[in-house]
Ligand binder design. Structure first.
Ligand SMILES: Nc1ncnc2c1ncn2[C@@H]1O[C@H](COP(=O)(O)OP(=O)(O)OP(=O)(O)O)[C@@H](O)[C@H]1O
Ligand code: SF4
Ligand SMILES: [Mg+2]
Length: 312
């Protein structure tokens, strides 16, 4: 079953006073992405390619300029306001910086139970459920009476996770949830995420710039470049192939992989100067004349494996 669908979704922002004039920044271009029930879909790409923008659209925090967002089969933005409001608890998020996403003036109990209190759940029941969530995310119940600054970074991220999971969401969008944590804590949180996903059968959209982390956690992986999906497939294909030249470069950059792929040329391009044809052509070692002229469609090259490249 499809729990979340982005169909032909595009998103631009108007930048004022850029070189003295207004300019339009197209961040996402014609994104098609489906998240199934009980699935972890990984999204990987360089800094600035539009991952967090896509996260905000998937969470219905922003509306696409074009295209459609469907949640649990319903066209989210076409629904009456009350129906949209009733669906919102089903979409939850965990962001990179737990310190920034938790109000420092509130105690942990208030922070974890807030989604329940918004739904009108009585305080004693909400507290019992918060204590149960603490147990599930590996926090002692005593933290409920603490403030966020009294906890470590890893503990704060467990609080953010408890708060996201308490309304029993269908979808959790995890935007770089471990990037701000040190390596040993990172591994604990990743394992916890895997356990909780299996236990509750939720769907995750897991976003990271770190391909090994995405491959560890995800059932399917989408690779993004300059606001476009250039490859999408089950995690297994990322260990076999054939693959998009950008994905090959990402794989080659993993220490110890030892693949003989030419390194990426040049710097990451700017969204303000999106190259014509294939967006990757200025950095692609295989680029030919057609690549400069025509945008390659995202084609299915084997069941469930899609690649946007003229040469695959
Ligand atoms: N509200 C906005 N107004 C103008 N530009 C924006 C807005 N939101 C995002 N952008 C621009 O969109 C581009 C993509 O940003 P986004 O945060 O989605 O990238 P990202 O892939 O999440 O990067 P990172 O890995 O660094 O988190 C950036 O150039 C950013 O400046
Ligand atoms: S379409 Fe051409 S430029 Fe783009 S990735 Fe494929 S070979 Fe490289
Ligand atoms: Mg981001």
């Amino acid at each position: 079953m499809k729990v979340l669908e982005l169909k032909g979704v595009s998103k631009s922002y108007r930048l004022r006073r850029f070189w003295g004039r207004g300019a339009e920044l197209t961040v996402l271009r014609e994104i098609d992405l489906t998240l199934h029930r009980n699935e972890v879909l990984g999204l990987v790409g360089e800094s600035g390619c539009g991952k967090s923008t896509l996260a905000r659209l998937a969470l219905a925090l922003e509306r696409p300029d074009r295209g459609e967002m469907r949640f649990l089969g319903e066209p989210f933005w076409e629904l009456p306001g009350r129906r949209r409001k009733s669906l919102r608890p089903g979409l939850q998020a965990v962001f990179q910086d737990p310190a920034a996403s938790l109000n420092p003036r509130h105690k942990i109990e208030a922070l974890i139970t807030e989604p329940l209190r918004l739904q009108g759940v009585p305080r004693t029941e909400a507290r019992e459920r918060a204590a149960e969530m603490c147990r599930l995310v590996g926090l002692p119940e005593e933290v409920l009476s603490c403030f966020p600054h009294q906890l470590s970074g890893g503990q704060r991220q467990r609080v953010a996770l408890a708060r996201a999971l308490i309304p029993e969401p269908a979808v959790v969008v995890l935007d770089e949830p471990t990037s701000a944590l040190d390596v040993s804590v990172q591994a604990q949180i990743l394992n916890l995420l895997v356990d909780l996903q299996k236990r509750f059968g939720m769907s995750y959209l897991f976003i990271s710039h770190d391909l090994p982390v995405v491959l560890y956690l995800s059932h399917r992986v989408a690779v993004m470049y300059l606001g476009e999906i250039v490859e999408l497939g089950p995690r297994e294909v990322f260990f076999s192939g054939p693959l998009h030249p950008y994905t090959e470069a990402l794989l080659a950059a993993i220490p110890g992989e030892g693949r003989s792929v030419k390194p990426l040329r040049g710097d990451p391009p700017s969204l303000l100067r999106r190259p014509p044809g294939c967006v990757f052509h200025p950095r692609c070692p295989e680029a030919g004349a057609l690549c400069h002229r025509e945008k390659p469609p995202l084609r299915e090259i084997s069941p469930g494996h899609l690649v946007a490249c003229h040469k695959r």
